[in-house]
Write a protein that binds this ligand. Structure first.
Ligand SMILES: Cc1ncc(COP(=O)(O)O)c(C=O)c1O
Length: 457
């Protein structure tokens, strides 16, 4: 092996075990990894980058199949699902693929969550236990139902809700527990379900970012009373905007179907409007694209799995990089965001953000830092607006709102030192679809930066 940059040809000729050993050698600066000219110098410091060409960030991906499906929907003149069949056909297909009896499509993950909350009877005066580390939509739907989002602190190892703290947050007002599976990484859903079952509290899983992630062979979004998925364009299965509610309770799902369709009973649409609802329907255009994208997604998901596991395994050989903690041995990450825990002590105290900067200079689009939503939704201004609203004043006593405000201090997420476990991440959804060469470039760039971390101080 002449140099780091000839490693790829070396890898092709060796076993997987040797490949790992070679990588470890490079990472730890063993004599086998000889410096060779400018190629071993970090690109950030003027060396030659591992990748000369940037990664292709085209997303979403489509071809003539989506074009044909869209045209077919257009020409059918059945643009609304009440006339067409694409929405209702996909509901059946998706329910089967996810392993639940029922699926109701909606025009977004937000409205899927909102329908679930309303149909479970969440309203003024209620409390919903959830996580501060999520996209704001999770919290908006709770507040819009005039209920209080009760924030449970996070597990610093993962950024997910700390399932062991949930029981202490349960009160007589708790109506729902709403955990979130972020970026293809399942929350500790089995522990959450055990607590919820003990207290007979329904669970709505926000699996908006994590379609096809699994725990012990079961897909997230199918553990709870309902589970919600988003098909918004930045997710891994997409149609621009769209959402799904998943569940097995026939009566509840009937109400969810009614809720997104102005209260019409899906069992008998001639019955008038017997249920509360609004119009959150998906159009036939969205469903036509989604149906084609689902075919594509199933293939992409397999490629991401293979590449994600490979990169994870190879990078784990570098002291200081660790795969994310899983809550059960049999956990299927979907690597929507590819993440590695980063222990800066192993890298001369170089912060993850600086390490990522060096990776970007090598041509690998990495990010380094803390959790995804590190500020925490409990600190967002919208919350105080809700607490001061007429609806909240009518639903909660002043004393309860005072106590609630005081509860918004969360030691882990609020404390950068405790909650600020650092990580390195890559847009796995796109990057992990790359060729073997692209994937090896990622491994090579990490190894190169790790080996030269002392020069980043
Ligand atoms: C965790 C989470 N929940 C809910 C949503 C809302 O989904 P949508 O954008 O489809 O309404 C999103 C979307 O970004 C999300 O990431």
């Amino acid at each position: 092996m002449r140099s780091l940059l000839t490693r790829r040809s070396f890898m092709k000729k060796t076993s997987a075990g040797l490949t790992g050993a070679a990588l470890a050698a490079v990472a730890t600066g063993s004599p086998h990894a000889n410096a060779a000219g400018n190629s071993n110098k970090l690109a950030l410091l003027g060396g030659t980058p591992v990748r000369a060409k940037p990664f292709d960030f085209t997303w979403p991906i489509f071809d003539e199949n989506e074009e044909k499906a869209l045209l077919k929907a257009l020409r059918s003149r059945n643009w609304c699902c009440l006339k067409g069949s694409a929405v209702y056909d996909f509901e059946k297909e998706f329910a089967k693929a996810m392993g639940v009896r029922h699926c109701v499509l909606s025009n977004g993950g937000t409205t899927a969550l909102s329908a679930s909350l309303h149909c479970l009877g969440v309203g003024p005066g209620d409390e919903v236990i959830t996580t501060p580390n999520t996209f704001i939509a999770t919290i908006n739907v709770i507040c819009n139902a005039h209920a209080l989002p009760v924030f449970v602190d996070i597990d610093p190892d993962t950024g997910s809700i700390d399932a062991n703290l949930i029981e202490d947050a349960i009160t007589e007002h708790t109506k729902v527990i709403l955990p979130v599976h972020l970026s293809g990484f399942p929350a500790d859903i089995e522990t959450i379900m055990a607590v919820a079952e003990k207290h007979k509290i329904p669970v709505i899983e926000d699996a908006c970012q994590s379609v096809f992630a699994e725990v012990n062979g079961k897909k997230v979004g199918t553990f709870g009373t309902t589970g919600c998925i988003s098909f918004q364009e930045w997710k891994s299965l997409v149609c621009g905007e769209g959402g799904a509610i998943l569940g097995n309770d026939e009566e509840l799902m009937r109400r969810c179907a009614a809720f997104v369709n102005n209260g019409r009973d899906p069992m008998n649409t001639r019955r008038g409007y017997p249920f509360p609802g609004s119009n959150h329907r998906m159009t036939e255009f969205q469903a036509a694209v989604l149906t084609e994208q689902f075919r594509r997604f199933k293939k992409q998901d397999k490629v991401r799995q293979k590449n994600g596991k490979y990169v994870e395994r190879e990078l784990a050989r570098i002291p200081g990089l660790r795969p994310r903690k899983a809550y059960s041995e049999d956990t299927r990450f979907t690597y929507v965001t590819f993440e590695m825990d980063y222990d800066k002590q192993q890298f001369n105290d170089v912060p993850a953000s600086r390490f990522a900067e060096a990776l970007r200079a090598e041509g690998v689009p990495a990010r380094g830092g803390e959790r995804t939503y590190s500020r925490g939704c409990h600190k967002e201004g919208m919350l105080e607006e809700h607490l001061n609203s007429r609806a909240f004043a009518a639903s909660f006593s002043k004393a309860r709102l005072k106590m609630y405000r005081e509860s918004l201090r969360l030691p882990i997420i609020d404390n950068v030192r405790l909650g600020g476990k650092e990580k390195l991440s890559i847009e796995g959804k796109i990057v992990l679809l790359g060729s073997k060469n692209n994937i090896d470039d990622i491994v090579e760039a990490f190894a190169k930066v790790a080996k030269n971390a002392d020069k980043l101080i």
